[in-house]
Structures are given as structure tokens and as C-alpha cells.
Design a protein around this ligand. Structure first.
Ligand code: OGA
Ligand code: NI
Length: 364
């Protein structure tokens, strides 16, 4: 928790005051502030603490067009997925089968919600999934130990296995969310098959472990920032998921930490960004990596992204996950303790996005 620690600057009171506006970062920008409030300030130097990106280094781009053509072309795709999952934890996928208009609809719908009249958005304002299925707020970790607040608003909704009744979703993005979910579930199905094959296991293995079962969709909205050097769009983190499918708009800004350098994930029209989450690193006993990534703040904006997390996250789920027995041997013993997703999520939320991975807390 953020605690009271000084007379001059009480971060808890200031974070709470920001929260109670229920208008998020967008509300500050609409009020035409020119100075970033201090709750958003990052520790000095944290933006430039790593080497800048090497310009010719690009995350892998994998074409899925040939995946259903014949076994040997599928095998070639599996090899590329394996390389990306082991060495990068990230790749971009083209020809993934989700039509361009479906991508456009969800991006536009997400933006439309965030740009609704504040009174409309306030109806959905909450931090509690027990009260609402569709939750809008700014900084899920506002009251955690995170060192600074991010220049970002978001809405979230669990879309699988129990999708909300459509009427519980805002009109601005209702149809788009329902439609995009169907396609994301299909692509997720294929991705978990390819990842299972990349581990040398039967195609159904990861799905049989319920990796595909739960989907949490989050739409991030990064308003333009008047002093981008002082804050972050989203602080360095790895994802609390098995796998994340990210759709970013054409502004760019996502960076991943690779060999101690920040590498830009350049937007490719129609492509999706795929990344391994902490639970895939855990169950594969570090064979696949859940890479750190971030989005610096930007004068340009707003930027919109839709992150689809395969994870039951904070929902009740008593399944215990640990390194898969197929992947551990005497020479390669389990590196992690067993844990439920809910327990992991509670620790992840409490810690907040502070630049460290919660995986280190369960490392043996
Ligand atoms: C996330 C995330 C990146 C982006 O939501 O976990 O990393 O580009 N988003 O918005
Ligand atoms: Ni992320």
C-alpha cells in the first residue's frame, strides 16, 4: 500500500484525489494541464537506465499464412515460434486470420469509449470485478507499492469462459468486443497448439492445462503527455498471463527489454503482437520467457492498445500450476514452486508495476 510518509507530499492522498475524479488521465488532459502532477513522476534516470535500442534489432515477424497448408510448412512456423518464445518472449504475427475490419472496429470502439462523455464512463468506474463485469479506471495498481502512477487509463472485462451479457457492455464498444473475442479465441487456440508443438509435446497439451480457457480483455488509452520525460505510459513489467495478444494502433511506443537494451516494437498495419506471460515461463520452467516491456509517455496521442490476456487472473480458480512434469528432469529440476493464478495475481497486484517480476517471488 502507498503510505503516508511526508507532510509536504502525501502520495496516498494525492493518488486518492486523482482516483476520485473518476476521469483518469484523460480528465487531466481535457483540463489542459501543462505540468505532469508529481504522483506521475518516475524516479530520475529510470527512463534512460538501459542502453537505447539497437536500430537493426527487430523482434521476429512470423507469417501464419502457411500454417494449415501441409505438415512441413506448419513445422517451419513452429520452429520460428519456438525461437521467438525462447529467445525473445515476443513476436509479431501477420496473416493470423483476424480480418482487418475486426481489428479496426475494436480499436475504434475502444477509443470511442475512452472519449465518451465523462458521465457515461463514470457509470463503469470501479476497481472491483465483483461489482461490475466491465470495469473502467486509471492504473489498476494505483493503491499498490508502485513507485509512480502511469499516464494511462484502461477498461477491462473478462470475456471467457463466461462472457458478460452484451447489455452490460457500453454501446461504444459492445459489438466490437463480442466479435473480436471470437477471433482472439480462435487465434489463441492456434497459438497454444503451435507453442505445445514447439515444446515437443502434443498439440493439445497447453489447452488441456486450461491455458486457453480464460480471457481478460484490457483496452489501454494513453493520452498525449505535455512532459513525456517525467512519466511513463506503462512502467516496465511482464504480463500476468499465459499469453497475451496485443493490438496496437499506428502510433507506436511499445518497447521490450532484450539483452539489456530497449527494442521498439514498430507497428505493422494488420499485425498483432504476441508475448509469453509469466505463467508460460513458469510452466515451461524458463524454456519460454516472459519478457519485460514498457511504453514511455509521448507528446503524440492518444494511443490505443487492446491487450487480450489468456489468464483467469483474479477470478476464483483453484488449479495449481508449476513446471510441467514433461519438461523437468533430474538435470533440469523445477525452478518454481506451485501456485494458483489467483494467488499469483494477488501478489502481482499488491506489488504493482515496479519494474520487477513477481516470478522471482516463487523461484525455488
Ligand atoms: C499491457 C501492455 C502495452 C501496450 O497492457 O500489459 O504491456 O502497448 N500494453 O499498450
Ligand atoms: Ni504488458
Amino acid at each position: 500500500m502507498v503510505t503516508k510518509n511526508s507532510v509536504e507530499f502525501d502520495p496516498y492522498i494525492e493518488r486518492k484525489a486523482f482516483d476520485e475524479t473518476q476521469e483518469g488521465v484523460k480528465g487531466l488532459v481535457d483540463a489542459k494541464i501543462t505540468q505532469v502532477p508529481r504522483i506521475f513522476h518516475i524516479p530520475q534516470g529510470s527512463l534512460t537506465d538501459k542502453k537505447p535500442s539497437v536500430s537493426d534489432l527487430e523482434i521476429p515477424i512470423i507469417d501464419f499464412a502457411s500454417v494449415h497448408v501441409d505438415p512441413s510448412s506448419r513445422e517451419a512456423v513452429v520452429e520460428k515460434v519456438k525461437h521467438a518464445a525462447e529467445k525473445w518472449g515476443f513476436f509479431q504475427v501477420i496473416n493470423h486470420g483476424i480480418p482487418l475490419n475486426v481489428l479496426k472496429e475494436i480499436e475504434d470502439g475502444g477509443r470511442r469509449f475512452h472519449e465518451e462523455d465523462p458521465e457515461v464512463k463514470k457509470r463503469y468506474f470501479s476497481r472491483d470485478f465483483n461489482k461490475k463485469k466491465f470495469v473502467y479506471n486509471s492504473n489498476f495498481d494505483l493503491y499498490s507499492a508502485s513507485p509512480s502512477v502511469n499516464w494511462r487509463d484502461a477498461f477491462s472485462c473478462y470475456m471467457a469462459p463466461d462472457p458478460p451479457p452484451p447489455e452490460d457492455l457500453p454501446v461504444a464498444c459492445r459489438d466490437a468486443m463480442m466479435e473480436y473475442t471470437k477471433h482472439v479465441m480462435n487465434l489463441g487456440d492456434l497459438l497454444f497448439e503451435l507453442l505445445s508443438e514447439a515444446l515437443g509435446l502434443k498439440s493439445e497439451t497447453l489447452k488441456n492445462m486450461d491455458c486457453l480457457k480464460s480471457l481478460l480483455m484490457i483496452c489501454n488509452y494513453y493520452p498525449p503527455c505535455p512532459q513525456p520525460d517525467l512519466t511513463m505510459g506503462i512502467s516496465q513489467h511482464s504480463d500476468n498471463s499465459f499469453l497475451t495478444i496485443l493490438l496496437q494502433d499506428n502510433i507506436g511506443g511499445l518497447q521490450i527489454l532484450h539483452q539489456d537494451s530497449w527494442v521498439d516494437v514498430s507497428p505493422i498495419p494488420g499485425a498483432l503482437v504476441i508475448n509469453m506471460g509469466d505463467f508460460l515461463q513458469l510452466i515451461t520452467n524458463d524454456k519460454f520467457v516472459s519478457a519485460n516491456h514498457r511504453v514511455p509517455a509521448n507528446r503524440e496521442g492518444p494511443r490505443v492498445s487492446i491487450a487480450s490476456f489468456f489468464s483467469s487472473s483474479a477470478l476464483p480458480n483453484s488449479t495449481v500450476y508449476g513446471p510441467m512434469k514433461e519438461l523437468v528432469t533430474e538435470e533440469n529440476p523445477p525452478k518454481y514452486k506451485d501456485i494458483t493464478i489467483k494467488e499469483y495475481t494477488e501478489g502481482y497486484f499488491e506489488k504493482g508495476l515496479d519494474g520487477t517480476s513477481y516470478l522471482s517471488n516463487i523461484r525455488i
